[in-house]
Each structure stands twice: as structure tokens, then as C-alpha cells.
Write a protein of this length. Structure first.
Length: 290
């Protein structure tokens, strides 16, 4: 694995492996059209063994497989949860299943959350406000049941991942993309770890960084941010290295490979201690092995 020194094991805490066939036509077209790696994606979605082979080839030790329930914009329902649980079975030492719940589509959010965490044994819950048409703090207004997502996750010591930043998918509601709504969440659920996915890219890096420094229960992942631009958009990254998760957003368009992103990251003028924390140690601590 040239270019990826063995001294830096990699935990890619944000890749999108899920049931692409459950997407609606518009979302699937954005995800899959114009690619030259469809055969690889087909194999990876069909078999965790093929994903692990791809990870081995790219020097990736562990990965979190990010999925959310967003029927309005993406078409994927809570059926994603049993799918991802089945997919990772037998490979939980390397693959973390992440699923979702939409509180507007559940009659018993607390009960459904307990099933996701206890039966499907999800490592985290992902909320995607622009795709769910739901503010991250909507429990304060028109969706009180959302509070149960944060509460039950915190009681189970599982993180809640919240998409922050814009989305180009058809129908996405980017009014919900501003991470500032997560300030309420961090205040109201101090025992719940909140991960701000994508660090508010590309419009709200300063907001995400402010929330990270303000709240001890907030982390960020830096997926989908071009690694060579990281220190331009987050110049104080080394100061918060203890709460930053590495992620690539693969196979989203624009991400050539997981390995290339790691090599670009390693080209930055960062200390080895910072590199180890971000590339592996923080995620390994957050997602301790079962």
C-alpha cells in the first residue's frame, strides 16, 4: 500500500454503502449516472466480502457505512436498517452499520429506536435534515418525537450523526442544512454525542467549528471536503484533533478513491499525533468493537 504508511491505520467513518435500488429514480441518477466504476459498486453493494477486498486494496482498516431514512427526497425508508444489519453480519469487527429513522413516519419513535439499537445493533443513527425535510431541532417546534431519537441514542451511548451542509440531490431542502440548529441539540441532550457530518461544507465551516468548540458532546467529520483544502477551510483543525473523524464520502461523485483522499491528507503539514487521531483513533474510540 504505497503512500499509506503502516504507522497510520485508517478508519473511514463516512462511506455510503447501502441499498441503492431503494432510491427513487432522481436520487439514483445523481448517485450512479456517468460513472465508470458501476461494476465495482454493484459488487460492493452485493457483498460485504467485496467491500472488504476494496478496503484492503485501498488501505482502509475499518469503515462506517452511512445510511439514513429519507423517503421524501431520496426514497429510502426504514427498510434500510434490516438491510445494513444483514450486510455487516459477520464483519462487525471492521464494518459499522449506520441507519436511520424518520420520526414523522413512526408511531413509536422510542420503541423503534430501541429496536434499531438492540436488535439491529446499529453503531449510530444518521439524520439528514435536507433530505428528511426536518430541522435538527424540530422537537422544539412541530416534531416533538424527534427528541426520542436523541434521548434514546444518548442512553445507549450511540452517536447521532447529523448531515450539515448543502445537498445537490433533487428536492433537497437546504434551508435545513445550516448546522446552527444543532446548537439546540447539543444543549438539550448533553449526554448524546452529536457528529456534524461534513463540518457544514461549503457554506458553514465557521458555524460547525464554533459548535465543536462550544460543546463537549459535539464532533465533526470531514468527509466530502477535498483533503488538500482542509487547512484552508478549517485552519485550526489541529486544535480540535481529538474530536475530528476522518471520512471520504466514497463513492460520492468527486471522490476518486478512499486511498487517494488519505494520501492527500497525509501531504498536509500536520503532526503524526494529529494524523493518528483523525485517521483512526477518534473513530475507533467512538465505535468501540462489540
Amino acid at each position: 500500500m504505497s503512500g499509506v504508511p503502516s504507522a497510520f491505520p485508517v478508519f473511514d467513518a463516512h462511506i455510503h454503502v447501502g441499498p441503492y435500488d431503494q432510491m427513487n429514480e432522481g436520487a439514483r441518477s445523481v448517485m450512479l449516472s456517468g460513472r465508470d466504476d458501476l461494476d465495482l459498486l454493484r459488487k460492493v453493494v452485493g457483498s460485504a466480502d467485496d467491500l472488504l477486498k476494496a478496503m484492503d486494496a485501498e488501505g482502509i482498516a475499518r469503515a462506517a457505512l452511512i445510511n439514513s431514512a429519507a423517503p421524501e427526497v431520496i426514497g429510502i425508508t426504514d427498510l434500510v436498517n434490516p438491510w445494513i444489519a444483514r450486510y455487516v453480519e459477520g464483519h462487525r469487527d471492521r464494518l459499522v452499520p449506520v441507519g436511520g429513522i424518520h420520526p414523522r413516519h413512526s408511531r413509536d419513535v422510542a420503541g423503534d429506536m430501541k429496536r434499531l439499537l438492540d436488535v439491529y445493533r446499529l453503531g449510530a443513527i444518521k439524520l439528514h435534515p435536507p433530505h428528511m425535510e426536518l430541522a435538527a431541532n424540530a422537537y422544539r417546534t412541530d416534531c416533538p418525537a424527534l427528541a426520542d431519537v436523541y434521548r434514546v441514542a444518548g442512553e445507549a451511548k450511540r452517536p447521532v450523526l447529523i448531515h450539515t451542509g448543502t445537498s445537490i440531490f433533487p428536492g433537497a431542502r437546504n434551508v435545513y442544512a445550516d448546522p446552527m440548529a444543532c446548537d439546540d441539540v447539543a444543549v438539550d441532550f448533553p449526554q448524546t454525542t452529536i457528529v456534524l457530518c461534513h463540518a457544514g461544507r461549503p457554506l458553514w465551516y465557521d458555524t460547525a467549528f464554533f459548535l465543536l468548540r462550544r460543546h463537549a458532546n459535539v464532533m465533526i467529520d470531514i468527509s466530502s471536503i477535498p483533503p488538500k483544502k482542509l487547512l484552508e477551510v478549517l485552519p485550526r483543525l489541529p486544535e480540535v484533533a481529538d474530536r475530528v473523524l476522518w471520512g471520504t464520502d466514497w463513492p460520492s461523485k468527486g471522490v476518486k478513491s478512499m486511498r487517494q483522499n488519505v494520501e492527500d491528507f497525509l501531504s498536509l503539514p500536520l503532526s503524526d499525533a494529529v494524523r493518528r487521531k483523525i485517521l483512526y483513533e477518534n473513530a475507533a474510540s467512538l465505535y468501540s468493537l462489540p
